[in-house]
Each structure stands twice: as structure tokens, then as C-alpha cells.
Design a protein around this ligand. Structure first.
Ligand code: SAM
Length: 280
């Protein structure tokens, strides 16, 4: 369990897969987004007998269980706290990380472009902090599976913890190795690479994918995109697309509606393709 009071500016994600808010009531095991009156955000998994503590006092989990989603409760010091169900986007933005993660704006698009849904068998590398892994697992459950490869143990251990915290372990197989030796799986529906030199592994990618399977990659520079496109010419890939996404937030003030002052100007380029059967 993470220390939820350690860094109020970095919202805390302990545990997640809070998909069941249908009853309208907070239950043990739910992940709740607690927002303090000064707009600080904390993600907490409700466990009977436990306490949540921040700079504005203590909330007993037992007093939160049974509350309505959207309710406001007071800490022992009398400070108001709002109880909200977190979105997948909020959870991904706030996972523990020791690598750059793929941004939710790209993740949402990747899921659609690669036709990820319940039952999909998907392969990814590198795992990194597990940001994409989390979204993939949430989408493929309960019938599908995610196989995720990572070369570095110290990085993989954070991702394993993140996926455990989200209650999604049964949908993910973690592999600790460099993908230069290939993948164990075949007949895969979709394969995504978030590694520096994806063109080195195109043979392995093609061998793992089923005919017509979806390939995707994220690359931070156009030089890398050009290298990938160059090497893809020598493989049986078709329907190649290169895309970039921009997301601009607005200040939600009715009489002065305008973009926020700052935006993330660059995240990465997305390359998508389909694996074609080899024609002699
Ligand atoms: C940018 S991170 C991936 C982030 C991840 N997509 C996420 O959303 O959290 C890239 C990861 O790829 C791993 N990696 C790079 N080359 C690799 C290779 N050849 N085999 C396996 N992992 C590799 C790195 O160790 C690093 O953890």
C-alpha cells in the first residue's frame, strides 16, 4: 500500500479496476478518487478497518463504505472531501512510473485502431510502467489476454505492481526478456511496440501476428518513423498509416471560453499496419 499522504501534488493510485459503480454505493474493494477541498486528488482502495490520511485529516474507510458515489464527507478535522469513481484516463495518468508512459489520448486511439476488445489476444513490448498494459487488460477482459515483454527487471517490477493493484493480473502475462530473441506467442490479434528501434524486430512481429493482424508502434521522432517505414517495405505489411494526435484543453469558463495557456505540444507519432500473408 502506498503512502497516500506523501505527495499531494502527485495523485496516488493504489489499486483500481473499479468497474462496478452500478449500485451507486461505495463498497469494500472499490477504488475511490478522494478530492479534498483544495482540489488535491488521492486514489484509495477501500479496505475495512483502514484509514486514509492527508493534510486535511483522517477518513475511516469504514465510514466511506456505504456512502453514495458523489457524496461529500468530512475528515476528523471537519474538512470536506468529495468521493468520485475514477476514470481509466485518470488512473493511467497517475500510475506509479519509472518510464515515460503512453498518454491516454494515444491509448484511446490505439485501442480503436487495433480493434482491441473483450477476447483479443494482444502482445506488447516494452512493458515500461504498464500504462498501455493497464488499458489493454481492461479492454480484453474477461476472455482475452495481454502478453507483455520487458528487458529490464527493475522496470517490469513496477508494472507488475501496477497491474496487481488494478486487480487485472489474471489477464496479463509478463515476460522478462529482450524481444530480439522473438516472441513465444503466435496467432496474435494485435501487437504494439513502444521501443526505441522497432524496425529491428519486424520479423518477430510478423511471425507472431495472425494474417490480417494489427501492428502498431509509437515513436517520438520522425527519424524513427522514417526508419520504421523503410524497413517495413521489406516485410509483408500493408495498410500502413502514420498519424499524430493533438489534444487541446480549454478553460471551462462560459464568458471567457478559450484554450488553456499551456499544452503538451508533442508526445509521439503513431504507425499502424496490418500483417499480410506472404505471397510468393
Ligand atoms: C517508453 S517505455 C514503454 C512504456 C509503456 N508503453 C507504458 O505505456 O507504460 C519503453 C520500454 O521498452 C523497454 N525496451 C526497450 N527495448 C526493448 C527490447 N528490445 N525488448 C524488451 N523491452 C525493451 C525499455 O526497457 C522500456 O522499459
Amino acid at each position: 500500500m502506498k503512502d497516500l499522504t506523501s505527495s499531494p501534488h502527485q495523485p496516488q493510485t493504489d489499486d483500481v479496476a473499479n468497474s462496478n459503480t452500478k449500485s451507486g454505493i461505495l463498497r469494500a474493494g472499490d477504488i475511490v478518487l478522494i478530492v479534498s477541498r483544495d482540489k488535491r486528488e488521492f486514489f484509495v482502495r477501500l479496505e475495512p478497518g483502514k484509514q486514509f490520511q492527508n493534510h486535511q485529516g483522517v477518513l475511516e474507510h469504514d465510514n466511506l463504505i456505504g456512502q453514495k458515489w458523489g457524496a461529500t464527507v468530512e475528515s476528523h478535522l471537519g474538512y470536506a472531501h468529495l468521493l468520485l469513481p475514477p476514470s481509466l484516463e485518470q488512473l493511467i495518468r497517475n500510475i506509479k512510473r519509472n518510464t515515460q508512459i503512453i498518454y491516454p489520448k494515444e491509448i484511446g486511439y490505439i485501442l480503436m485502431k487495433m480493434n482491441i476488445g473483450p477476447g483479443t489476444r494482444v502482445l506488447e513490448a516494452g512493458t515500461g510502467s504498464g500504462g498501455l498494459t493497464l488499458a489493454l487488460a481492461r479492454m480484453v477482459m474477461p476472455y482475452g489476454h495481454v502478453y507483455t515483454y520487458e528487458a529490464r527487471e527493475d522496470i517490469q517490477s513496477i508494472a507488475i505492481k501496477n497491474i496487481e493493484n488494478f486487480g487485472l493480473t489474471e489477464f496479463v502475462t509478463f515476460k522478462l526478456r529482450d524481444i530480439e530473441t522473438g516472441f513465444d506467442e503466435c496467432n496474435i490479434d494485435a501487437l504494439f511496440l513502444d521501443v526505441r528501434e522497432p524496425w529491428l524486430y519486424l520479423d518477430h512481429v510478423h511471425a507472431a501476428l495472425k494474417g490480417g493482424g494489427f501492428f502498431g508502434a509509437l515513436l517520438p521522432t520522425t527519424n524513427q518513423v522514417a526508419d520504421l517505414l523503410y524497413y517495413m517495405q521489406y516485410q509483408d505489411f500493408g495498410f500502413i498509416e502514420v498519424e499524430e494526435l493533438f489534444l487541446r484543453a480549454y478553460k471551462p469558463i462560459p464568458r471567457r471560453l478559450r484554450p488553456t495557456d499551456r499544452m503538451i505540444a508533442h508526445t509521439g507519432y503513431l504507425v499502424f499496419a496490418r500483417a499480410l500473408l506472404h505471397q510468393d
